[in-house]
Design a binder for this molecule. Structure first.
Ligand code: ZN
Length: 132
């Protein structure tokens, strides 16, 4: 069962989604290692490549507040949709324990699907920068 405070935050921010093109509103809430919930909605643009997913907006708020580790994530959509590949990689950037980070996917009707981040993005890209 997804934590109510996290799902409530995701559901509340979803109401602010700017999704005139996809008509697919998304609300995401990330609980940081500091215990704070950071939420975000999708923000679309007529130039589609500029669209920002709810998960990455929430992560941006978390990092901007000075927190760099995630504990768990809730995403609310109409159909308990799962994060796109770009968001999975972005989430992976902010944990060293993807097998312990739970992603709660919640639909409008209360349907829940649960994954660990390790399940959503196995064999995560990690680079040893500056080594070549
Ligand atoms: Zn995404």
């Amino acid at each position: 069962m997804a934590p109510n405070d996290l799902v409530d935050a995701a559901r509340a921010v979803r109401a602010n989604a700017y999704a005139p093109y996809s008509v697919y509103s998304v609300g995401a809430a990330v609980r940081g290692a500091d215990g704070v919930i950071y939420s975000g909605c999708n923000v679309e643009n007529v130039s589609f490549g500029l669209c920002m997913c709810a998960e990455r907006v929430a992560i941006g708020k978390m990092v901007s507040a000075g927190c760099r580790r995630i504990r768990e994530v809730a995403v609310v959509t109409r159909d308990s949709g799962s994060p796109c590949g770009m968001c999975r990689q972005t989430l992976a950037e902010f944990t060293d324990e993807p097998e312990r980070v739970v992603i709660w996917l919640v639909g409008e009707d209360g349907t829940e699907r649960t994954f660990t981040l390790a399940e959503l993005i196995p064999a995560t890209f990690r680079a040893a920068l500056g080594q070549d």
